[in-house]
Design a protein around this ligand. Sequence first.
Ligand SMILES: [Zn+2]
Length: 424
Amino acid sequence: MVPQLVDRVFDCVDSLAGEAVAFASNLVRIPTVNPPGDFYPDCARLIGHTLATFGFEVEYHTAGDRPEHNAGHPRVNVVGTRRGRAAHPLVHLNGHFDVVPAGAGWTVEPFGGNVRNGRIWGRGACDMKAGLAAAVFAAEAIRRAGVDLSGTIEISGTVDEESGGFAGIAWLAEQGRISAARTDFAIIPEPLGVDRIAIGHRGVYWFEIETRGRIAHGSMPFQGVNAVSHMSTVIEAMRRHLEPQLAARVTGMPVVPEAARYATLNINAIAGGQPIDGIQTPCVADRCRAVFDRRYLIEEPFEDVREEIGALLEGIAATRPDFEYALRDLLVVPPTRTPDDSPVTTALENAIARVLDVPATLVASPGTYDQKHFARIAGVPHCVAYGPGILDLAHQPDEYCEISDLVNATKVIAHGVLELTGSL
Ligand SMILES: [Zn+2]
């Protein structure tokens, strides 16, 4: 290792800090709210222009064949490539630029991009526009320090992570733009905390249960079969029998917060009988639907997860002769884990030790992020999430990112890129 080279790059990160903050706050000012996917082309272009200024070759990739793409809300992704002395090793830095809706409870302007008290404020400041800024300015600091990378750096800004990433990273992977042959390492600067590296996430199983009854006059409910009371039986069985079992299953992955190390079940939505705001007539509810979100562990085979729900429903059917139901899968995302001792993890551990003088903590995310698409579709297992900002602030009112976090994460990413490309 040549210490002077690293110090030069770090000095450049420091002198670029003002520009990096301005870039992040300009990104926050573009309200790329998803759903529905507002202002994607504007945000892609801002990232693309900046990358072009910083010596990247820039491509725009529109996921025109995805059902969520339309003229009003085009799904535009941007990818920049800056080749060093060789095509490989190639490090891909990926950030999603969509944000969740602002919601209520803000004391600052959600899309003002204000910089105050050493923080960048606004929806997306931490999740994850500061992360995108860290990626872009890590690359620029390397260039301004006059380092000719031994490998190649790519940076992408992608859409729709908050709604599954299907027109974003998943789509780029399906097109082969991100692939095992091309992409050696990937870092996703999600806001996991500047001294933490995320090595994956739990699995997701969204399913819908529909219970069916028989309509009858509401004054004589005994003449019908109530689908809502069927559903309440389902939910009661989950509460009494399934949830205690789930709470006893703990993963070996370092999921944070600790309570998310267990298998969990959430009721996302429920609707039964007549529309609640409609004019009511006296009728027995003949139909009820509910959507459930089961987070499963890497130790749980998906077939078992699904079978467990099926068995619960069959158990009810065996004791309630009029119980009719349908179970429908809505979404399945397998759990993902970076291989142990992956070079990308080691490089970031080294970088965190160097920049922050603390040992890195390996964590896993309670929810999923785009790592699944790198691993499953692109076939790039050497992928982690590492970036500035505090996970707990993501999706909250008064979201912010500390500027010191942004600067430190930029240094860590720059150091990681230098090591992974063999440029140290
Ligand atoms: Zn995010």
